[in-house]
Write a protein that binds this ligand. Structure first.
Ligand SMILES: *Cc1c(COP(=O)(O)O)cnc(C)c1O
Length: 347
C-alpha cells in the first residue's frame, strides 16, 4: 500500500535564477578573469545537486570543495578535472581518490607536494600562504625541488581580511604578485567574494566566490548586485492566548506582561535556526514583523501575534534569510547563517 504523502511545515526554496545571476554579476566584476565557484560544505548548505548544474549551465567551469568526500556528488554533474580539492592530499589515500575521480588537489605544503609526486602526481593546483596562516606553502618554500617539479594549473592564495578595508589586502596582493614570478603555472587566483569586490587588480585569471553566490554581501561594493538565493518559510502549528504572567518556552525566559495572542511555529535549532536567533529576532507575516518570544527550542519557536490578528494556524511565516539583515538580527556571520540551514528544511 502506498503511504500517504506528508505535507511539510517547513519550506526551503533555492532560487537558482538568482544564484546564476549572482555568479554572472561576480564574473562580470572579475573583469577579464573568469569566476569559478566555491561549493564546499554542500554549496554552503544549499545543496550541490541543486546549485552545481545551474552554475555549470551558466558557464562556470571550476568548482572548489574542501574535502575529498565532497567530490563524488560534484562529479555527478561536472568533469573531475573541474573540481579542486582545497584540503589537498593529507593522506596517501587522497591521491587514490584523485586518480579515481579526476579531481585536482590543491597542494598546500612541501609534504603534500611529495605525497602527490610519490604516488604518481600529475596536474595540480597550489596554495601559497600570504598571511592567513591556515593552509598554504610559504613563499620562501616555493623553490623547494618538490614544488618546482609540480605541474601547476591554478596558483592561488587566499585573502584574510577582504571584507574589511585593511592594509592587509594590499600587502597580500603585493606578496602574492611577487610569487607569480617564482613558479610556472597556467592560471592565477586570489579573490573570494569580498576579494572580487576589491577590484579587478585582485582578480587575476580565476576568482573563487562562495558566499556571494548564495546571497551574501560581505562588502558594500556588492550592494544591489547580489540577490537573495535561499528562502525559508515555516508554518504556525498552534495559536495560543497567554494571560499576563504566563511564561513561554524553556527556562520561562519570556513572561507576558499582558494578555496576548502568540503562535507556535515549526522551526528550531535542529533546522539551523540557532538560539542566537531568539529574542530580538523576528519572522515575517506579509509586511508584519513578528518578534520571537523566549528560547528557541529544537523543533519550535513562539512568536508574538499581537499585531497580526489575521494570522491563523497553518499560515506560513517567512524566516528572514536576506543574509546581511539576518546577520544583523542574530549576531551570526552571513557564512554561519547560510551553512547552518538544516537538512530538515530540504523537503
Ligand atoms: C571558501 C573559500 C573561498 C570562497 O570564499 P567566500 O568568502 O565564501 O567567497 C575561496 N577560496 C578559498 C580558498 C576558500 O576556502
Amino acid at each position: 500500500m502506498q503511504r500517504p504523502e506528508t505535507e511539510p511545515l517547513l519550506k526551503l526554496r533555492i532560487d537558482t535564477d538568482a544564484l546564476v545571476e549572482n555568479w554572472r554579476a561576480l564574473d562580470t566584476m572579475s573583469g577579464k578573469a573568469k569566476a569559478g565557484a566555491a561549493i564546499k560544505a554542500d554549496a554552503y548548505g544549499l545543496d550541490v545537486q541543486t546549485c552545481v548544474p545551474a552554475l555549470r549551465d551558466a558557464g562556470c567551469d571550476v568548482f572548489f570543495v574542501a574535502h575529498w568526500s565532497e567530490v563524488p556528488d560534484v562529479i555527478a554533474h561536472v568533469p573531475g578535472h573541474q573540481v579542486a580539492v582545497l584540503n589537498g592530499p593529507v593522506r596517501d589515500s587522497d591521491v587514490l581518490v584523485a586518480k579515481d575521480t579526476g579531481a585536482v588537489p590543491v597542494i598546500n605544503s612541501v609534504s603534500q607536494a611529495r605525497r602527490w609526486a610519490e604516488n604518481g602526481g600529475g596536474l595540480c593546483h597550489v596554495m601559497i600562504d600570504t598571511g592567513i596562516n591556515r593552509l598554504g606553502i610559504a613563499p620562501t618554500d616555493l623553490d623547494d625541488p618538490s614544488i618546482v617539479a609540480l605541474d601547476v594549473d591554478i596558483l592561488m592564495s587566499h585573502l584574510a581580511c577582504a571584507d574589511e578595508d585593511s592594509p592587509m589586502n594590499a600587502q597580500q596582493l603585493r606578496d602574492y604578485s611577487a610569487c607569480l614570478d617564482l613558479l610556472r603555472y597556467r592560471r592565477a587566483s586570489l579573490a573570494n567574494s569580498a576579494g572580487v569586490a576589491l577590484g579587478e587588480a585582485f582578480a587575476f585569471d580565476v576568482t573563487r566566490p562562495g558566499l556571494s553566490l548564495y546571497g551574501g554581501v560581505p562588502r558594500k561594493e556588492l550592494d544591489g548586485k547580489i540577490r537573495q538565493v535561499a528562502f525559508v518559510d515555516a508554518a504556525i502549528m498552534q495559536v495560543r492566548h497567554l494571560k499576563a504572567g504566563d511564561a513561554v518556552g524553556y527556562n520561562s525566559e519570556f513572561v507576558a506582561t499582558q494578555d496576548m495572542r502568540v503562535g507556535t511555529v515549526a522551526l528550531g535549532y535542529a533546522d539551523g535556526f540557532l538560539r542566537c536567533r531568539g529574542p530580538g529576532n523576528y519572522l515575517c507575516f506579509g509586511e508584519k514583523n513578528l518578534p520571537l518570544l523566549g528560547k528557541v527550542s529544537m523543533d519550535m519557536i513562539v512568536v508574538d501575534l499581537s499585531h497580526a490578528p489575521e494570522a491563523r494556524e497553518g499560515d506560513w511565516l517567512n524566516v528572514p534569510f536576506e543574509l546581511r539583515e539576518a546577520a544583523l538580527q542574530s549576531g551570526l556571520s552571513q557564512y554561519e547563517l547560510i551553512t547552518s540551514i538544516g537538512p530538515r528544511l530540504r523537503f
